[in-house]
Design a protein around this ligand. Structure first.
Ligand code: SAH
Length: 261
């Protein structure tokens, strides 16, 4: 229930927050619901990840950037949480727009709890995650009936060598499944080393998909023991997806006929 102590605000004036996934960047990959909500919203709080094409669809006066600020600092999550609550308490329909899906490494879970704790009605609107759409955009299926029956989505952001790393690279090296790493450009040398150390074959195919489905998408491929050099020579930068596993080799078989890849 909402807090009625705010002067002059009655419960009925409280708006609503939609935690919306934008998909990987191509506006045609927005859900019908996401598109409708962007049109209906009074305020759209976003970062840069939805990409220039989707952000360009939102009228300037509705947009509020809560991503990286000039100078490279991230907007503190507390600030975003506060803005979500206050804009909703002013009676607005608020869209919190996130790249991909809102709960896949998107802090949707934290924001949801913050909204609930403050009595703000909310809804989660799923989006197509870059963890699946990114590989697909490069001609890579994340599973394959013939040889891969599991896929793991992991963050590459943590230092893979630190003892308390929440990602168990040893276990991942032994699943035999596809590994999809998000936020994994900078620490690529660390986790590829870990996977090699724990026994993955050096010639395991690896692909990097940069700005998947954006107009300037790029794909770079190599193997577990060459991909760091490939990243450096191609100058691959975030946002990019790393796909590790036999499936990454499928690209070669189809790329000639794959539009846009
Ligand atoms: N919620 C998002 C992920 C947020 S974490 C989702 O479901 O897609 C941020 C990471 O997502 C980036 O570092 C990158 O690894 C990945 N990412 C998001 N959009 C991407 C895109 N269009 N192309 C490549 N990687 C992307």
């Amino acid at each position: 229930m909402s807090d009625n102590s705010h002067e002059g605000k009655r419960e009925s004036t409280v708006g609503k927050v939609y935690l919306v996934g934008s998909g990987p960047g191509d506006p045609d990959l927005l859900t019908v619901k996401a598109k409708r909500l962007l049109e209906e919203a009074d305020v759209v709080l976003h970062d840069k990840l939805p990409g220039p094409e989707i952000l360009g669809m939102i009228p300037e006066e509705k947009r509020e950037d809560v991503g990286k600020r000039a100078g490279g600092e991230w907007t503190p999550q507390e600030y975003t949480n506060t803005r979500l609550v206050e804009t909703a308490q002013q009676g607005n329909v608020v869209v919190r727009l996130k790249g991909g899906d809102p709960t896949v490494f998107g802090r949707g879970g934290e924001e949801m709890v913050h909204l609930a704790n403050n009595g703000i009605p909310f809804e989660i609107v799923p989006g197509i995650t870059s963890a699946i759409a990114g590989p697909e955009a490069a001609g890579i299926p994340v599973t394959h009936r013939d040889y891969v029956s599991s896929v793991s989505f992991v963050t590459g952001h943590e230092d893979p060598t630190k003892d308390e790393s929440a990602v168990d690279w040893e276990a991942l090296a032994n699943t035999g499944g596809t590994i999809v790493v998000l936020m994994g450009v900078g620490k690529l040398p660390g986790y590829t080393d870990e996977l090699l150390k724990y026994g993955m074959a050096p010639d395991t195919p690896v692909a990097l998909i940069e700005r998947a489905t954006w107009p300037d998408q790029r794909v770079a491929t190599g193997t577990l023991d060459t991909i760091v050099d490939v990243r450096d020579s191609e100058g691959i930068e975030p946002p990019a997806i790393t796909v590790i596993g036999e499936v990454a080799g499928e690209r070669e078989r189809v790329v000639e006929f794959l539009e846009g890849a």
